[in-house]
Design a binder for this molecule. Structure first.
Ligand SMILES: Nc1ncnc2c1ncn2[C@@H]1O[C@H](COP(=O)(O)OP(=O)(O)OP(=O)(O)O)[C@@H](O)[C@H]1O
Ligand SMILES: [Mg+2]
Length: 918
């Protein structure tokens, strides 16, 4: 019978009520041990009429069994798994060890869990109760935290009880549970007192326990009548839960020795399996009779499962046992555990039973780590490996295992722990290869945690060391170092693009036949050290090689963005388009959600240059959405480019300012180039040529192959020509022409002709403008075509040929206007008016505005995606998609999906699917 707690019960009741109406909610119930969290959860379960219940509790143990808790929670629902989208089904299967497969992406597991709960709740609202969340295995906690954050309209209530703030459930609504009010506390205390007690003593006990119900129930039991008469006097060094535990310990000590030992077995066995407990007890020669005393005292119940009176009893028992005793118990549990059915638990018990180093145990733990790895439990693998290293007798072996543990920690995103283990590994005797791998890991951690100037010199050093040890790995490491150098850009403080490229050129040749990545490395290195004419043909071959079938999905996921960057460098739009589409498809198919933001960003550029700003915006929004969901960060490269092309001044500078401090601190110089190029585009659009010139000048000073450098040079030429400094335009033009001729694509040559026309006179200018227009008209690069029409029109007007000028300016205006390139459209409109023309009126319907999320969902739906597909793309449940679409329909005043395309504002070209491969 629950005393007090009216407000808490009401809060939980509201959630249940909302679920019955189709809404979802999550609540973290937080409070100190014994304060009554579990009691509240039980009460919620009892009042959840009409809801189905799923529950799980974290179990204290040093054990890291990846996804153990999630599996337990989902076990009764697994018959629905077949209804999930393929990648999600596979991810759950692999996480639960039900099917073999690649280690699943942890966010995909979270999404799959969300879909599964939502599928179950479609029949009947669902209450999920997660008790003792402070003891959940890390992988499950991450997945459930992810689910909790994404619930909205699926009739699922997720209630999480925990002792500790923060962790994977940080940021969710919280209910803080405090001690009972004084009336309820009096009543509860009265229920355990056997004799009368002085009123003042009672008051004092209640004050000292701060109304903690477990303390009220437990502490009086262990006190002598004399102690009781005086309240719980004595020092309070233990704190409340320490005192409760202490009281349990005193109760333990009064029990027979065999009973005490049996309790230690139960405490050390996290699964609560009575068969296993009795088998282990048998090894320790503890008879069945030993249970009686513990059950009589109410400390333990043995039914279908073994349950302690309270989690604090378990901790008290385990802590009270001597080291030898614990070792003996774990040894018995290891012996009692079936090595076939549960090898990892057995390995863990053996590890805890071992004081001295033991190669056999260490080896077994290493195998458990490999299994955890295959299930996507990098954190668990790291825990096994760490313990394995600690128990390894040989120093060299130990160092290698510490290195493997560091690698697993890095994969699990625990960078500090990884660095600690790395230091331990480096302290041991390591052979050359593992030593070089340790350096590589140090570089990778630096890159993953900052993407700044720290990483390139570390990766460069590792690559050099690897040259004589493993040629392929050395070459891949050079490519990683180039990546890091691109991110560091002009803020590199060692290991800049040139240094890495020079080192890479003297690296050993790759084994034949060269892989696509080998070609990419060579092409980039030559381009950077010798210039475009030498590098471009090699890079072109490299880019084409990435289209081949011999590029594995792993290689593709890792390097396709780099290939796209190379395609951009050589003005190869078609391959940029194809390869970025393939990368997005791959990331989705394999479920590599951490690789997805980069893939989507790269793809956004393709649409941006095509003037399909609506699609580009949708991709940029997805990137933002996903990085928020996965907690990763990426500077808003394409968001700023899009804002600039749209001519949105405030948005452009806000994005640049927001990123500034962080980027400077980390040394991500690549971002500066992006921001300056974007600024130049914006200012050229607005006709602020001197500002454009300044920004473009800075961005164009990067090393060859730097991001955005070629495009910055294009802006520089226009800005210089319009600012009356033709010399600077001519210098820049020489640089542009070199790259354009080496490339030879219509895009490159079209832009080159357009830029050359800007610094030409008379007939030759006109010929060049016409060439630019005819070349660019053959490509999909509509905004570049629009700019050619604009410049030609401006030129014609100054040649006093207003009629011809009007034709060009009208074409330019139409392109910019339909793309949403606001500033350039404005420039074209002003010119058109000056030439005596009238831009057509835009017909813009006004509606109540959609939120960013509604807009995103609406665009995906208009593009033909089903709710389930949209849900999978945005990491939400189909129910939530339907909910948002309902709002969109209401706001746009429409009633069906096929009306969406027309009703959505500024939708330039919906014909191309956003996320499908081509
Ligand atoms: N409101 C209440 N009225 C009566 N008894 C209560 C109340 N709340 C808790 N209790 C009792 O107090 C004891 C401790 O409560 P509970 O196990 O719920 O604590 P807890 O917060 O879950 O602790 P832990 O963090 O250790 O899991 C239980 O025996 C429970 O029945
Ligand atoms: Mg509890």
């Amino acid at each position: 019978m629950l005393l007090d707690r009216l407000a808490e019960r009401a809060a939980l009741g509201r959630l249940l009520e909302a679920a019955r109406r189709g809404q979802s909610g999550a609540l973290v119930v937080r409070g100190e041990p014994g304060v009554g969290k579990t009691a509240l959860l039980e009460d919620a379960i009892e009042s959840a009429a009409g809801l189905s219940i799923a529950r799980v509790a974290g179990v204290e143990s040093e054990m890291e069994l990846a996804f153990a808790a999630l599996q337990h929670l989902c076990a009764p629902m697994l018959d629905r798994v077949e209804r999930l989208p393929g990648p999600q089904r596979d991810a759950l299967g692999a996480a639960f060890g039900l099917r073999a497969g690649n280690a699943p992406d942890r966010f995909l597991v979270g999404l799959a869990a969300l879909s599964l709960l939502s599928e179950v709740a479609a029949d009947k609202p669902l209450l999920c109760v997660i008790d003792d969340a402070h003891w959940l295995d890390r992988a499950s906690a991450q997945a459930l935290g992810f689910v909790a954050r994404r619930l909205l309209a699926e009739s699922v209530v997720l209630v999480v009880a925990t002792r500790e703030p923060g962790g994977e459930f940080a940021g969710l609504p919280e209910l803080c549970v405090e001690g009972l009010g004084s009336d309820a506390a009096q009543q509860l205390l009265g229920s355990v007192l056997t004799g009368p007690m002085d009123e003042r003593v009672r008051e004092r006990i209640i004050a000292e326990t701060r109304g903690n119900p477990l303390a009220l129930l437990e502490l009086p039991r262990a006190l002598t009548p004399a102690e009781l008469a005086g309240g719980f006097s004595g020092p309070d060094a233990l704190g409340l839960s320490g005192r409760i535990e202490d009281s349990f310990r005193r109760r333990l000590e009064a029990l027979p020795a065999a009973t005490q030992r049996l309790l230690v077995v139960a405490a050390a066995e996290p699964a609560g399996d009575p068969v296993l407990m009795w088998r282990a007890a048998g090894w320790l020669e503890i008879g069945v009779a030993a249970a009686a005393a513990a059950e009589a005292d109410g400390l333990l119940t043995i039914g279908e499962t073994v349950a302690f009176r309270h989690p604090l009893v378990r901790s008290a028992v385990y802590r009270a046992a001597s080291r030898q005793e614990r070792h003996a118990v774990h040894r018995a549990l290891a012996a009692a555990t079936d090595p076939e059915a549960d090898p990892d638990r057995r390995a863990w018990h053996r590890a805890l039973a071992t004081i001295e180093s033991d190669e056999e145990v260490a080896f077994e733990l290493e195998r458990s780590a490999a299994r955890a790895q295959a299930r996507g439990g990098a954190a668990a693998a790291a825990a096994f490996l760490e313990r394995s290293a600690a128990l390894t007798p040989g120093r060299a072996r130990r160092a290698e295992r510490a290195l493997a543990a560091a690698q697993a920690k890095y994969q699990a995103g625990a960078f500090d722990a990884a660095l600690g283990l790395l230091a331990a590994a480096e302290a041991g005797p390591l052979d050359e290869l593992p030593r070089a791998r340790a350096d590589l890991l140090r570089g990778q951690i630096a890159f993953a945690s900052s993407r700044g100037s720290d990483a390139p010199p570390l990766l460069l050093k590792a690559a050099r060391q690897l040259e004589q040890l493993d040629v392929r790995l050395a070459r891949d490491t050079y490519l990683e170092a180039l990546t890091a150098a691109l991110f560091a850009g002009r803020l590199a403080t060692g290991g800049d693009l040139l240094e890495v490229a020079e080192a890479a050129r003297s690296a050993p040749r790759p084994p034949q036949p060269p892989r696509a990545t080998d070609r990419l490395l060579d092409g980039l290195a030559v381009l950077i050290t010798e210039g475009y004419p030498a590098g471009v043909p090699m890079l072109k071959r490299a880019v084409s090689a990435f289209r081949g079938t011999d590029v594995s999905s792993e290689e593709g996921l890792r390097w396709l963005w780099h290939a796209c960057h190379a395609a951009g460098l050589v003005w190869d739009y078609r391959n940029w388009d194809m390869l970025s589409a393939r990368q997005v498809t791959l990331a989705r198919e394999v479920g590599a959600l951490q690789a997805l933001p980069i893939a989507l960003s790269t793809r956004a550029g393709v649409y941006l240059f095509a003037g399909e700003f609506g699609e580009a915006a949708s991709l940029v929004a997805q990137v933002e959405y996903i990085t928020k969901a996965t907690g990763s960060s990426i500077a808003p490269y394409w968001a700023v480019a899009l804002a600039a092309w749209r001519g949105r001044q405030a948005e452009t500078s806000e994005l640049i300012e927001a990123a500034a401090t962080d980027v400077e601190r980390r040394g991500e110089g690549g971002w500066l180039s992006a921001a300056q190029w974007a600024t130049a585009v914006l200012c050229n659009g607005l006709g602020r040529y001197e500002d454009a010139l300044a920004a473009a000048q800075q961005a164009s000073e990067d090393k060859p192959a730097g991001w955005f450098i070629n495009w910055a040079i294009v802006e520089l030429i226009e800005a210089a020509a319009r600012s009356g400094v033709p010399d600077r335009a001519a210098d820049a033009l020489a640089r542009l022409s070199q790259t354009a001729r080496a490339s030879g694509t219509d895009w490159a040559l079209g832009i080159d002709a357009r830029s050359r026309a800007l610094v030409s006179e008379g007939e030759s200018a006109e010929t060049l403008y016409r060439e630019a227009i005819s070349r660019l008209a053959r490509t999909r690069l509509r905004v570049d075509l629009g700019r050619a029409h604009l410049l030609y029109g401006e030129w014609l007007r100054r040649q006093r040929r207003p009629r011809d000028a009007r034709d060009q300016l009208r074409s330019a205006y139409e392109i910019f206007d339909s793309s949403g390139a606001g500033a350039f459209a404005g420039r074209a409109r002003t010119e058109l008016r000056a030439a005596g023309g009238h831009p057509g009126k835009r017909t813009v319907e006004t509606h109540e505005s959609l939120t960013a999320q509604e807009e995103l969902i609406a665009r995906l739906a208009a593009g033909g995606a089903f709710n389930a597909e949209i849900a999978a793309q945005l990491f939400i449940s189909p129910a939530t998609v339907a909910y948002h679409l309902g709002k969109v329909y209401a706001k746009l005043g429409i009633s069906s999906r096929n009306q969406l395309t027309r009703a959505l504002p500024e939708q330039p070209d919906a014909a191309l699917p956003v996320t499908r491969g081509e």
